[in-house]
Design a binder for this molecule. Structure first.
Ligand code: ADP
Ligand code: MG
Length: 492
């Protein structure tokens, strides 16, 4: 599906310019903060927030003579992520110094990995509107985060907060395999999902635990790759889509006017919806990379990697496939249910020993719909899996109709309690007693002679009669029984 001949045949992703079609080419560098208690090379807390400079050790402040000590847990998380991306794990990797000056970088260099990263090539599969796209992973390496400069606290002074300085980041570099904003958005969403399943990054984009540098170029379909611009630090999926659309249009405009693209680093301004130039692109040699003499090369043993591999959870792709075969779900429903591990677990509790499709229907349409509306999640749901399962059972047994079930759901949501007991004590049981239903049917027929005439030529009007009977029985009549009786009595 990545082969460009097929893409050309699909023509799907092209952008119309004034002088013909263009194809956008995207490669992403995603920075994911490792979910860890302490920093990559120091024991200071890696927790988000806190008063400025509360989580800073002497190592993070780059005091002379302080030495970095590698945090084994962070290495484990990087390897775990690599395995989740079906990537090659490099048993030997090297930490390098990437030299540059910035006030929030007290060391004067960032410890990163350059030529020999801890994780090599892998891949991520994404689904874009039912189309499968494979995005190649170039590498994943470990590096330190920098601190933060604060410019708006004082009219004439800037401050530096080193809380984030030294926190462990995984930089995940993709191949230039994406061809539209939609594909890039789906890729970051999938990457985030995989890391949340693995527990290696919380994926919180508002707090900056996940951010992306987006490389954008355009070309005529089938031509060589064009010159790219890199949009730095995009921190929301929506902004990423907007930044890509804007940047692709900007480049197409320049090229169609006979100009050429300068390779540069740009920033996205969400208020204006535009990207603007930040600096011309630096080259690797500008950073004077060299191995950090304070750190030994990272050597991983097979047993270390094997232990992590053995502890991997079931990942989204596997879960989706299993939900489709085990519960007979559509790909779409399986995707919705597996978006978060907690939702998938919740669904499986409801589906256990029940019809998978009705369980999915109730979890997705009633529960998720309501949770979204009220800004809640499965972790804070007032209706438990056991309660929802009981509602599904009551419908399956014919005790209540689907319509009454929604009322029961509402009561459980607001008041709690056992659905079976609620149905019992509030007299919500479905009426299957034909005598009672027949009485209601006879009354409706007697009261509407004109409609009785019409329905003979227009059988679709039967639903009007069913509706009336359901109304007079307070929704408790069994709809099948009502419909059967009406058909017999109306002679249709
Ligand atoms: P650097 O480290 O200088 O930013 P890399 O070669 O590591 O450069 O590439 C960075 C990112 O740019 C990768 O994600 C890659 O897929 C992407 N990329 C490379 N060439 C292009 C291109 N022509 N158009 C869009 N993205 C590209
Ligand atoms: Mg880059």
């Amino acid at each position: 599906m990545l082969d460009s001949a097929k893409r050309v045949a699909e023509k799907k992703d092209w952008i119309k310019g004034a002088t013909g079609d263009w194809e956008v080419v995207l490669g992403l560098e995603v920075h994911a903060q490792v979910l860890a208690k302490s920093k990559l090379f120091s024991g200071a807390s890696a927790e988000f927030g806190g008063a400025p400079n509360d989580h800073v050790s002497l190592v993070d402040a780059a005091m002379p003579g302080m030495l970095p000590v590698i945090n084994e847990f962070c290495v484990e998380q990087a390897v775990r992520t690599g395995l989740g991306l079906k990537a090659r794990i490099n048993k030997r990797s090297v930490f390098d110094r990437k030299n540059y000056f910035y006030p929030d970088l007290p060391q004067g260099y960032q410890i990163s990995q350059y030529k020999q990263p801890v994780v090599g090539e892998g891949s991520v599969h994404v689904d874009v509107d039912g189309r499968a796209v494979k995005v190649g992973i170039e590498r994943l390496h470990l590096e330190q985060d920098a601190g933060k400069s604060l410019h708006d606290q004082h009219p004439s002074m800037s401050f530096v907060d080193l809380n984030r300085s030294g926190c462990a980041l995984m930089e995940i570099v993709s191949k230039p395999d994406m061809r539209s904003a939609e594909e890039a958005k789906a890729y970051v969403t999938k990457l985030r999902q995989i890391m949340r399943y693995l527990g290696t990054c919380d994926g919180n984009m508002e707090q900056g635990s996940l951010r992306a540098d987006v490389n954008v170029s355009v070309r005529r379909p089938g031509a060589e790759f064009g010159t790219r611009c890199e949009i730095k630090n995009v921190n929301s999926i929506r902004f990423m889509g907007q930044a890509i659309e804007y940047e692709a249009r900007r480049q197409i405009g320049i090229l169609e006017d006979g100009g050429s693209i300068d390779q540069e680093t740009r920033l996205f301004d969400p208020k204006k919806g535009e990207t603007r130039s930040m600096r011309s692109k630096e080259e690797a040699h500008d950073y004077r990379y060299f191995p950090d003499p304070d750190l030994l090369p990272l050597e991983l043993e097979d047993a270390f990697i094997g232990k992590i591999e053995a502890s991997l959870p079931e990942l989204p792709d596997g879960k989706i496939a299993r939900f489709m075969t085990d519960y007979g779900l559509t790909a779409y429903d399986a995707q919705v249910l597996t978006a978060e591990c907690a939702s998938a677990d919740f669904f499986e509790q409801v589906a256990k020993g029940r019809d998978g499709k009705s369980a999915a229907n109730w979890v997705i349409n009633e529960l998720f719909g309501r949770l979204n509306k009220e800004g809640k999640s499965v972790d804070t749901t007032p209706v438990s899996a056991a309660q929802l399962g009981e509602i599904v059972d009551l419908i399956a047994a014919g005790t209540i109709s689907g319509k009454i079930a929604k009322d029961v759901f509402e009561i459980v949501w607001t008041e709690g309690g056992s659905p079976a007991q609620i149905v019992e004590t509030r007299g919500m049981k479905q009426v299957t007693d034909t005598g009672a239903i027949e009485k209601a049917v006879d009354e409706i027929i007697a009261a509407n002679p004109d409609k009785v005439e019409q329905v003979k030529d227009k059988p679709t009007m039967l639903s009007w009669f069913v509706g009336q009977v359901m109304k007079t029985t307070g929704g408790k009549a069994n709809p099948q029984a009502v419909s059967g009786l009406l058909k017999a009595k109306l002679g249709i």
